[in-house]
Every structure is written in structure tokens, then in C-alpha cells.
Design a protein around this ligand. Sequence first.
Ligand code: SF4
Length: 337
Amino acid sequence: MNLVDRKIVDEMYRDGWLYTSFGEYWRRKYGYKVCKVPLNAGFTCPNWDGRIADDGCAFCPNFARQFTYDSFRTVINKSWKEQVTHQVKHYKGMGAGDKAMVYIAFATNTYAPLKDLKKIYDAALDHKDVIGLSIGTRPDCLPDEVLDLMGDYVKQGYEIWVEVGQQTPHYHTLKDIDRGHGFAESIRVVREAHKRGIKVIFFNISGMPGESPDEMVETARILSALEIDAVKQYPLIVMKGTRLAEDYIKGKYRPLGRMEYVNIVADMLENMDRYVLIQRLSKDCGLETKLAPEWNTYRLIVTPLVEKELARRKTRQGEKFKLSLNVDELKPLKKVD
Ligand code: SF4
């Protein structure tokens, strides 16, 4: 079983929710608004610094390797501690939340010696309004000692999540996009994280090259069977300057159409256990960095379309999720004389 509070989820479904919204779950769990405050702690990634590879995953843009994301420009040149203080104040000031989770985003935020990680995590937690950490990383960069460190924070009462960039469970895709890891790493991470009270979010991309819609739906069943705590779902976006962009320009890769994506996500939600929280259903991406798809992938645009599709089908998350047969519900066997 995952670490999600099932009573809260059951209550949400009694209240008519079509899927288990992460934001709503947190409001009910804490009784106050918690905002996620994204920060860049300056980590690199073994898939671009030469340890595994030096040119990243096929869809990983060069700009992601620099500290250039707009909303972080104001905090460049500040110390890590000052960045945390500045950004928590900024998000609280916008009314985003009463308390904050520091989301250490960008690159692989567990990829450093343990003592350095401890300094960064300790400094982020040393703020009166910070209730925990959400740490983005790869599944092959969470050795036991790093999980133990996070487990110590859980024991101190902090909310600790790891955000695992698995992106797909299908090995042929992982190989094609040069991830440099398989799916076994994630199976271990979920098991070891849960033992320590650490919750696990998976990033999942639909529309990967060579992946069929059936495989994308099977992904929802695999992630449910693995009992992850939450998922960040989004379409594959072709960013300028990537190897995927070269394939797109040569006509070797076709992104999903808007309604194609909406239908696949609705199918996935029907096949996803309702105790897996849904943190997002698409991804915000500015035109200046995006090559394709041509449709607007912003969450505020795509999420209502998915909700509309679920309502049209008169269905909701988990409606078709099943991992074993119930003989009593099966059609009768044909009599053979
Ligand atoms: S693991 Fe993440 S940061 Fe590293 S190359 Fe792949 S997409 Fe980029």
C-alpha cells in the first residue's frame, strides 16, 4: 500500500471528484494551503556530465542545464539560504499558500556527496514556514544513505517526497530516448522510500516515440501496481535544440494531437488506482522554447478538457483499474457436452 491517506481519497470520491487532485488532497490533509516553492540548487545530472552520458536524454533541452528559468531570475546570485527565504516569501505573498514545501527542481537533486546534500536540505528545512521537501531526481540516484537521510527528516516530522523522473516504464522507450536507466531502479526506489516514510511522485510522459496508446494505458496500471503515491502526467514536448527536435524536423517523430492526448489521459485515469494522487495532467511550456506540439499544453487549458472527457464518459479515476479476476463477475462458461 502507498502512503496516501485513503480516508481522505474516499471522502473526495463521495464528494464527486472525478480524479484524485493532489491540491485538494493536501487542503483536506492539512486544513491550510500548502504551496510548492520550486528552487534550483545548482545540481547537474549524470546523464549529461559524462558519468553516464554527455548529451542528456533525447528530449532534454540545453536550456534546462542552465539557471535561466524566468521565475528564478530574481534570485540569481543569492546564496541557497537566501533563495529559500526569498522564494517562500514570494509565493506566500502571492497567496499561493500558508505553508511551503520546498521543491528542489532542475536536474538531479540527489546527485552529490551525502554531506553536501545534507547541507542543502537542512538549510531548506530551517525556515519556520517550510513543512518539508520535494526532491526531483533520477531513480538510479537514490542510494540507501540518501534515502536514510530523507528518512531521518520524516522521523523529525517533515513531509518528504521524491519526484522520480522515470518518464515511462517501457524499456524500449527508455533505450530509445537514452535515459541511461531501466525500470528496475524505480521499483527499488518505491520499496525503499516507503520503508522510510518517504512518498514517491513519478513523472510520466505520454507520446514517447514508438509507444502505442495501449502501452500508455498499461503505464497507468503499472504505476498503480507499483503503488506510487502521486503522478505528474504530461505530453512529450519537442523542445528546440534537442535530439528529439532533429527527429521531428526530419519527420521521424509525430507528437500527439490535443484530443488524442486528452483521450489517452482519460483512458489512463480510468485505469489508474484512485489512491494515486494526480499532481498535474499537462505541462506549461512557453512558445520561445517549444517546437511542437502546436497546441497549447498549459495545464489550465488541458486539464478542463480531460475533466470534460471524463464527465462525457460518465467515468472517473480507477473505474477500470483491476489487477485480478473475480470469478463471480465473469461471464458463464459455455457448456461443453
Ligand atoms: S535525467 Fe533529466 S536532467 Fe538528466 S538529461 Fe535526462 S531529462 Fe535532462
